[in-house]
Design a protein. Structure first.
Length: 451
């Protein structure tokens, strides 16, 4: 990184950043209060509110959103007549899954092999630290040249839509000229990337029932309809022989015309086992950024340990469907539900329920904010041009903000590059990426103020 005052300040602040990220990661802020205490999320929210106040933010507030969680808001006034930039991150995290599978405790930030490990280190508590670093660097080098709003969401990972609904009810709160969403990541470490598209998502729960109660498989098996077998048939109908998603009425042949994703690199990033084929057709980028993708997230059925010789009377599953830009998530939900009901065999009773949804997003990459970010990233990543990539995941708030503020420019950056393994065991963040992206964000704010 070429020497400049902003970069030097960020470098000097990295030990503090590590200490703060460790404090934030220590909160077990999973916004599923059946699994984790609500007090853990409240503790993280209060930590962020205190950090914003310490940086001179006014109007700091804990927003009680309709889903029972809290988002943290703060406003930092800039020079008179300055543009306003909204900086977004979320402090809720995914559950750690199997804690025994972590090399170090998931809620204890641990340095290993040049990376910092911990749940939320990259997704997305590190994004909040990135925003703080950028603002501190500007304050140390002449001041922050724009008005800054920060919003830290408390339930993004749950997809329950609390902040979206709150924003719709209070549309004046988050209004801005440009919005920086700090919840995506570079295509790979060291390659500056903005995410120009996001797939949307719908979550549907399916329940299949066939009997009044379980039956002995020796006495009734062979004629009694097995609900678990029926459910397996339904779920299998969602994929073609090559693994492509097949939902009746939903197109699956769109193509991606941006950054290429080589298959061997994808296999490495995804840690696909030797000899196991990738699923789907088209390029990898087509499959993960431009086409729908179904995933069975969970099945309620008897575990192997303790199973009895029974024909199952009922079974249920949670199904996720990612939908690309250009496909309405609501319409995709209807198609998915209709498909599940139509493909349920043997006249089994079936019910479906949508439990979460987020729309897809496509950014306007020709805007002045993107030019300002490209110039900033060229300084933070010498010799590298800013790239445009898609993102298989969804950030439901993006479309809400785009609808509320159609004139606002929206940029997506962040720390969740492939090595970060977000949502998986041993999530980590690259401190070098945190440093470089903090510099890029600071320089972006300066560039954008004068554009």
């Amino acid at each position: 990184m070429s020497s400049n005052p902003v970069a030097e300040t960020v470098a000097s602040l990295m030990p503090r950043a590590r200490a703060e990220l460790a404090e934030l990661v220590a909160f077990q802020s999973v916004a599923d209060f059946d699994q984790y205490p609500k007090s853990e999320s409240e503790g993280a929210a209060n930590w962020i509110a205190d950090a914003l106040r310490a940086e001179g933010f006014t109007d700091v507030a804990l927003l009680d959103t309709p889903d029972g969680t809290q988002s943290v808001y703060g406003y930092l006034p800039g020079p008179e007549g300055a543009k306003t930039v909204l900086l977004y991150a979320h402090y809720d995290v995914q559950p750690p899954l199997d804690e025994a599978g972590w090399t170090s405790p998931p809620f204890e930030l641990t340095e290993r092999d040049g990376r910092w490990y911990g749940r939320g280190a990259a997704d997305c508590k590190g994004g909040l630290i990135m925003h703080l670093l950028a603002l501190r660097a500007l304050k140390a080098d002449g001041g922050v040249p724009v008005n800054v709003k920060v919003i830290a969401e408390g339930s993004e990972e749950q997809g329950t839509g609390g902040l979206e609904r709150y924003a719709e009810e209070h549309p004046e709160l988050l209004t801005a000229d440009t919005i920086v969403i700090g919840d995506t990541g570079n295509f790979r470490v060291g390659l500056p990337t903005v995410t120009s598209t996001l797939r949307g998502m719908t979550l549907v729960r399916i329940q299949v029932d066939t009997l009044e109660g379980n039956l002995h498989s020796g006495q009734f098996g062979g004629a009694a309809p097995d609900a678990l077998a029926a459910l397996i048939r339904v779920l299998d109908s969602l994929r073609a022989e090559d693994g492509s998603t097949t939902v009746d009425g939903l197109s699956g042949d769109s193509v991606w015309d941006g950054l290429a994703y080589e298959e061997e690199q994808f296999r490495k990033d995804a840690k696909v086992l030797d000899g196991v084929e990738l699923i789907g057709s088209g390029t990898v980028a087509d499959r993960i950024w431009a086409r729908p993708a179904v995933t069975v997230l969970g099945i309620d059925c008897p575990p192997v340990v303790g199973a009895t010789p029974s024909v199952q009377a009922g079974a249920r599953a949670l199904v996720s469907l990612r939908v690309p830009p250009g496909v309405d998530a609501g319409e995709a939900t209807k198609l998915l539900q209709a498909h599940l009901e139509a493909h349920t065999p043997w006249g089994a009773r079936v019910s479906t329920e949508q439990i979460g949804q987020g729309q897809a997003f496509r950014a306007d990459t020709t805007s002045p904010a993107y030019r300002a970010m490209a110039d900033a990233m060229a300084v933070a990543y010498p010799g590298q041009d800013m790239q445009y990539a898609g993102q298989g995941g969804s950030i439901p708030l993006c479309n809400t903000l785009a609808a509320l503020y159609p004139q606002a420019e929206i940029l997506l950056i962040g720390l969740s590059e492939p090595e970060a393994q977000i949502h998986a065991l041993n999530e980590s963040v690259s401190p070098e990426e945190l440093e470089r992206l903090s510099v890029a964000e600071a320089l972006f704010l300066r560039n954008y103020a004068t554009d």
